[in-house]
Ligand binder design. Structure first.
Ligand SMILES: Cc1cc2nc3c(=O)[nH]c(=O)nc-3n(C[C@H](O)[C@H](O)[C@H](O)COP(=O)(O)O)c2cc1C
Length: 346
């Protein structure tokens, strides 16, 4: 018998396989199916910042037209309270429907508005909150420091409001990712140079309980016949595993928070790779769209078989074994190895 239990962002999971935020987790039925299929936790479909902004604008528009300043102010507050009402219901219904942890998800590009919503999500019963910073830094006047600060401000604004476990889902377009990851995990580590579990620190010193690597931004393609932009494939393949794999291997044991992998995990071996690199949990989405929700059971079975074949009884028997911090050959994770590899090909 193998024990797949793990602790992720302070939550007890029966296994490390998490259904990531997507259309499969946007209804209570979807959540139930994922739980029945064996998911260790479920991240609900994101509530988008734009949804809330739209709702507030719609409501305040009436009052502004009528010239009632008081009513305008009232509705602004009211609108914000109403914004995520369906989402709050999804959170509380999902919590009642299943026993596995339910992680609410907000997709934001700024630190406005979210703090108050985070409080309401906590009150609705969410076990944790994943903040998906859906932000592509494509503005040439934006510096790397400003990009970093955006992530930090969003996290700080929410952290001030709630004491729920928080995961930050980040994009790959960051100039010095190891530095930002350490700051987001817990800047106490950078200051003191020491490591201590984030969960033991007082809440005000805690930052993210987990980082989720990496946000897979909407992809576009180009149609050469029509000479126009075309939609890219919304689903990943296993070939996309390498980017989060590299960064999890580099950061594991070096940042003071959990690491979850997202993008490119399609089967049991992909999951094993991420655990060997040092992931605490692994999120899946595309493989469930491609193969059906039953893929969760298959991936877990493959993980169990792999562990049994090697005599591992717990995840900690092998988790992080191939992380850079535990490697005898840390250079293998860096550029030099790439050049050596190319020598054989060219
Ligand atoms: C149809 C679809 C909807 C998604 N919606 C969200 C979302 O609302 N919030 C979010 O953080 N990620 C969303 N994602 C991204 C996934 O959570 C995941 O990070 C991404 O697909 C990479 O993982 P994968 O390779 O397992 O698919 C969505 C992905 C798909 C395919």
């Amino acid at each position: 018998m193998v024990d797949l239990a793990t602790r992720y962002m302070g939550l007890e999971l029966k296994n490390p396989l998490v259904v990531s935020s997507c259309g499969l987790s946007k209804t209570v039925q979807g959540v139930k199916k994922a739980a029945e299929a064996g998911a260790g936790a479920i991240v609900l479909k994101s509530l988008f910042e734009e949804q809330i902004a739209a709702e507030v604008t719609e409501l305040t528009g009436y009052a502004a037209d009528a010239g009632h300043t008081e009513a305008f102010e009232y509705l602004q507050g009211y609108g914000q309270a109403l914004g995520p009402r369906e989402y709050l219901k999804l959170v509380s219904d999902a919590k009642q429907a299943v026993a596995v942890p339910i992680i609410a998800s907000v997709n934001c590009v700024t630190d406005r508005r979210w703090a108050e919503y985070a409080r309401q999500l906590a009150a609705a019963g969410a076990d944790g909150l994943e903040i998906n910073v859906g932000f592509l830094p494509n503005n040439a006047s934006l510096t790397g420091t400003e990009v970093d600060e955006r992530y930090e401000h969003i996290l700080d604004a929410v952290r001030e409001q709630i004491d729920l476990p928080i995961a930050l889902k980040v994009g790959p377009y960051i100039s010095s990712f190891a530095h930002l990851a350490a700051r987001l995990g817990n800047d106490h580590v950078l200051k003191s140079g020491s490591r201590s579990p984030a969960e033991k620190l007082p809440a005000q010193h805690r930052r993210a309980d987990a980082l989720v690597l990496f946000n897979r931004f909407y992809r576009f393609d180009i149609d050469v016949d029509k000479l126009q932009l075309a939609g890219g494939n919304p689903y990943s393949t296993s070939a996309e595993l390498h980017l989060p794999l590299r960064w999890i291997a580099i950061l594991a044991g070096r940042v003071d928070c959990d690491l979850a992998a997202t993008t490119g995990v399609h089967d049991g071996h992909d999951l094993v790779k991420q655990l060997l690199a040092g992931a605490t949990a692994v999120q899946v989405c595309s493989t469930l769209y491609r193969n059906g929700i039953g893929q969760i059971g298959l991936i877990l079975k493959q993980l169990e078989e792999w562990m049994q074949a090697r005599g591992f009884s717990r995840l900690d028997d092998f988790r992080g074994r191939l992380s850079q911090s535990r490697s005898q050959h840390p250079e293998a994770f860096e550029r030099l190895q790439y050049i050596k590899a190319l020598v054989g090909i060219e």
